[in-house]
Design a protein around this ligand. Structure first.
Ligand code: NCD
Length: 310
């Protein structure tokens, strides 16, 4: 086993552009393994622990598939129901115990900072699979990978981030990474769901001044990529506040006619009503490709954290 490239994967702020490029280069090498066309057992005898305190389909299953494709094993929980957390076990005890059962942990938790705390507590590598409205850094790498695959570059791309920019953790880490790579950002959000100040400060510290569009038509007119997000219903304390913004935007083929002919539409998924299914059949839709790219990207992250290579 080689030396791990990094000790944890908690925040995109912990990584340089060169490190992210290296993950993406490694992800490209994982593709034949991810598709099952080539076999490897580099993770034989290794266990991935998946601690999901919040719902997940893609993130959990793609981490599991990534570990299995590498010849490793997985164990974990997908809700706190049925675990000792229901008996009142605290977070740090759960981490201390599960790190003794696994070689690497993936954690999704409703509280911002939970993954950082787990990484501080655990000797084993910890991956943040979403911490409340904080970040979702492996999603960010697969988003960048998908953009690069579709457009051949990141620098200078015009990217619109649409939707719940306040609570959406995917757009927090993505906006910071895109600023690092020199993309142009346009932010479109209902007024109560704007991008948090600390993310804007981080973007601006990298020399990128985001544009703020008032209408979606205006925002997409010169966009290369429209990145759509779901309104994060589960983060609203008051259901009437959610009702006010729910359904406030929807992407359909009529709207896309007003954009550049090669605009790509991305979404971390799950979508609710933000993208009309008629878009799925057009060349604009990248979101299923994006979800599939989760496997090679997460294979690369697992290998780099454990210092192995297929
Ligand atoms: C996202 C998440 O959990 O932040 N899902 C995902 O991991 N692809 C987006 C969302 O739930 O809206």
């Amino acid at each position: 086993m080689g030396k791990p490239a990094f000790s944890d994967f908690v925040s995109i702020r912990d990584f340089t552009k060169e490190q992210i490029n290296e993950i993406m280069r490694n992800a490209a090498k994982m593709v034949p393994y991810a598709r099952g066309e080539k076999k490897t057992n580099v993770m034989s005898g290794k266990i991935l622990g998946t601690l999901f305190y919040e719902p997940s389909t893609r993130t959990k299953l793609s981490f599991e598939a990534a570990m299995l494709r590498l010849g490793g094993a997985t164990m974990g929980f997908s809700s706190t129901a049925g675990t000792s957390i229901e008996k009142g076990e605290n977070f740090s005890d759960t981490i201390r115990v599960t790190e003794s059962y696994a070689d690497i942990l993936v954690i999704r938790h409703p509280l911002e900072g939970a993954a950082r705390l787990a990484a501080d507590l655990s000797e084993k590598p910890v991956i943040n699979a979403g911490d409340g409205a904080g970040q979702h850094p492996t999603q960010t790498v697969l988003d960048l990978y998908t953009m690069l695959e579709a457009k051949g570059k990141l620098e200078g791309l015009n990217i619109v981030l649409l939707g719940d920019l306040k609570f959406g953790r995917t757009v927090h880490s993505l906006a910071e990474a895109l600023a690092m790579f020199g993309a142009n950002l346009t932010l479109v959000a209902p007024s109560s769901l704007e991008m948090p100040r600390d993310v804007i400060n981080q973007i601006e510290s990298m020399g990128v001044k985001p544009n703020y569009a008032h209408s979606l038509e205006e925002a997409i007119s010169d966009a290369d990529i429209l990145y759509v997000t779901r309104i994060q219903k589960e983060r609203f304390a008051d259901p009437t506040e959610y009702a006010k913004v729910s359904g406030s935007y929807r992407i359909d083929t009529k709207l896309l006619k007003q954009a550049k002919s090669d605009i790509s539409v991305m979404h971390p998924l799950p979508r609710v009503n933000e993208i009309d299914p008629e878009v799925d059949r057009t060349p604009h839709s990248l979101y299923f490709r994006q979800a599939a790219n989760g496997i090679p990207v997460r294979m690369a992250v697992l290998c780099m954290l454990l210092g192995v290579e297929p």
